[in-house]
Ligand binder design. Structure first.
Ligand code: ATP
Length: 221
């Protein structure tokens, strides 16, 4: 299968790090910005770097943007340019559009005009950091929906030497342990008798409120 091709429009801190990482992963990346200095700073890293105004429909058409698998609109502060660019790309028929939003209203508009995924980098990172500050043994939190999530939780001292039944993760908290990681080994769908050892990492799915309850109860142990 040929590798996916990406285009990134807007090379601020967010856009340039997306473009840089995709290039490091050996994907083809077209990077666009109307600021030639920003374009220059990525020119030696990405496949192609172009100075252009993305609110100009003819330019985007001429650059063949509809042939890219995914286009990331990473323009932030100029909300008007972000919306116009997204609208033009949608009309050109880009298969997958990912757009960065500055705030909730901006995000709503982007979703309404057809962005397949809207990203709020500052808000999401803030949530993540706050989460880790509250529960230091939570290594990762993935939001599946506003109600459900998956967490990666380092075994708390109160868990060590006990099995899953004794911990009552399902009975008391209504959550399910999907996997237990021990070093590089992964025990997928562990049984009720499986013991938790020091250094293990539990991957748990559940309702966000139940996951919080579980985190809190072990944070205190
Ligand atoms: P970050 O937080 O990622 O640094 P930001 O929201 O501060 O992003 P902005 O400066 O708003 O970043 O926008 C990111 C980039 O988008 C800038 O480099 C800017 O030059 C570029 N940009 C803005 N408008 C256009 C446009 N119409 N066409 C092309 N590039 C644009």
């Amino acid at each position: 299968m040929p590798k996916k091709q990406f285009a990134v429009i807007g090379l601020g801190r967010f856009g340039s790090s997306v473009a840089r990482f995709l290039s490091e992963m050996k994907y083809e990346v077209l990077a666009i910005d109307n600021n030639s200095e920003r374009v220059q700073s990525l020119a030696h890293i990405v496949t192609q770097a172009v100075t252009a105004d993305s609110t100009d429909e003819e330019t985007l058409r001429a650059l063949g943007l509809r042939n890219f698998d995914v286009v990331v609109v990473a323009i932030g502060s100029d909300i008007q340019a972000s919306i116009l660019t997204t609208l033009i790309l949608k009309e050109l028929g880009v298969p997958r559009l990912v757009a960065k939003a500055q705030n909730d209203l901006h995000g709503k508009v982007l979703a309404r005009i057809g962005a397949d995924r809207v990203i709020f980098p500052e808000r999401d990172m803030g949530l993540r950091v706050a989460h880790q500050l509250i529960s230091p043994n939570i290594l990762e939190h993935i939001e599946l929906s506003p109600e459900y999530g998956i967490v990666e939780m380092e075994a708390a001292s109160g868990m060590i030497g006990r099995n899953l039944r004794e911990l009552g993760i399902r009975a008391e908290f209504g959550c399910s342990v999907l996997a237990i990681k021990t070093g590089n080994r992964m025990n997928i769908s562990p049984g009720a008798e499986d013991l938790i050892r020091e250094g293990d990492v539990l991957v748990i799915v559940g309702r966000n409120q139940d996951l919080h309850r579980l985190e809190r109860s072990y944070a205190e142990s």
